[in-house]
Design a protein around this ligand. Structure first.
Ligand code: CP
Ligand code: NVA
Length: 302
């Protein structure tokens, strides 16, 4: 059996053999082309600074089912966690893996990573956005209720965090209205043609096709938990609020859910089929995102 525990004591012939094998491997890799799944022959790094269940598992499964290999890297366990720069981490990753899925705090870090790694990079949640979640949520709504165009989505809770921010961006893209109910200090940043804000949850819920909520305390905001629980106490999806929306309203939650806080246990259990279909759809949508990312841009018509 061989080990490589140290270079001290290794003879030149052995060392040369390793270098020669490396050269061969590099050549072979440059030539290999994906044949079966769209990610065949690809290795994707999943670099996560924050906790995750749905996003992590759906990406790991999607990448494998598409022929690729995921490599999960907790930021705390790589040199990034000890202060190595994002740009240096990116330069290394870009030379070794084919794509990256990143969950972190600053949006700028994901952007810097993409710029320096020069490999397809996916935002798996930052403080600013959660694009994969909202694409998946729109997929879920349309699967269950038809086109989202012209519909009313009521977001109840912290309307300044990543999930509603991506909803606001989607409202403009897909042509629907996002009605946010939030305390003043947590109102959405993008109020305008497609996004409105009120402090009254009932007003936002009126006529809503979707009633949506997210945690009161986003990852990274734990120090504000006590104050947030006070200011958000009235921003809850409960039976009364559901009755104020359209009769066929779809109750949605990106999860994880905290029963008795942003949603009552009875509403969550009564709507569990839809809410966990929503969670499952993360897997199918991640595949769509990955395939889109690795496919060539569509040619312009005409
Ligand atoms: N909704 C969502 O992104 O869940 P995770 O934090 O478990 O990935
Ligand atoms: N706003 C939440 C979303 C969790 C999926 C957070 O950032 O923690």
């Amino acid at each position: 059996m061989r080990h490589l525990l140290k270079l001290e004591g290794m003879n030149e012939a052995e060392a040369r053999q390793i270098l020669s094998l490396a050269k061969k491997a590099k050549k072979a890799r440059a030539k290999s082309s994906g044949a079966k799944g769209p990610l065949t022959g690809q290795i994707w790094a999943l670099i996560f600074t924050k906790a995750s269940t749905r996003t992590r598992v759906s990406f790991e499964v999607a990448i494998r089912e598409m022929g690729g290999v995921p490599s999960f890297l907790s930021a705390a366990e790589i040199q990034l966690g000890r202060g190595e720069l994002v740009r240096d981490t990116a330069r290394v990753m870009g030379r070794m893996v084919h794509g990256a899925v990143i969950r972190t705090f600053a949006q700028n870090d994901v952007e810097e990573f993409a710029a320096y790694a020069r490999i397809p990079t996916i935002n798996a949640l930052t403080d600013d956005e959660h694009p994969c979640q909202i694409l998946s949520d729109i997929f879920t709504f349309e699967e269950k209720r038809g086109s989202i165009q012209g519909k009313r989505v009521a977001f109840i809770g912290d309307a300044a965090c990543n999930v509603p921010r991506s909803w606001a961006a989607a409202a403009k893209i897909f042509g629907f209205h996002l009605a946010c109910a939030a305390p003043k200090e947590f109102r959405p940043a993008q109020i305008g043609k497609h996004v409105s804000w009120t402090e009254d949850p009932a007003e936002a819920a009126k006529g809503a096709d979707i009633l949506y909520t997210d945690v009161w305390v986003s990852m990274g905001k734990e120090a504000e938990a006590a104050t947030r629980e006070k200011v958000f106490s009235l921003y809850q999806i409960n039976r009364k609020l559901v009755s104020q929306a359209k009769p066929n309203v779809l109750v949605m939650h990106c999860l994880p859910a905290y029963r008795g806080k942003e949603i009552t246990a009875d509403v969550l259990e009564a709507r569990a089929q839809d809410i966990f279909d929503q969670a499952e759809n993360r897997l199918h949508t991640q595949k769509g995102i990955l395939e889109w990312i690795v496919s060539k841009p569509l040619k312009k018509k005409g």
